[in-house]
Design a protein around this ligand. Structure first.
Ligand code: ZN
Length: 77
């Protein structure tokens, strides 16, 4: 492994790397793991995607007159 070019993980934002200040090591405020992206980012990509997913899920629950039970949500995760 080249230490100057570590592999991109699911937490990183490779689309930021080409920008100025876009290849910083940041610490995610949710999972507390390091990730690479713009220096102003505070949440890693994995948690961002997970947040979007939870938001969609909660919107579905609001619209659905027969909401998913908590057991069902854990099955989906
Ligand atoms: Zn995270």
């Amino acid at each position: 492994m080249n230490p100057f070019n570590p592999p991109i993980t699911a937490r990183d934002f490779p689309e930021d790397f080409k920008h100025e200040n876009g290849n910083y090591y940041c610490k995610c405020s949710y999972c507390l793991q390091e990730f690479r992206g713009h220096k102003r980012r505070v949440v890693c990509k994995q948690c961002t995607e997970f947040g979007k997913y939870l938001k969609e899920l909660s919107e579905n629950i609001v619209e659905n007159p027969y909401p998913l039970s908590a057991d069902k949500i854990w099955e989906l995760l």
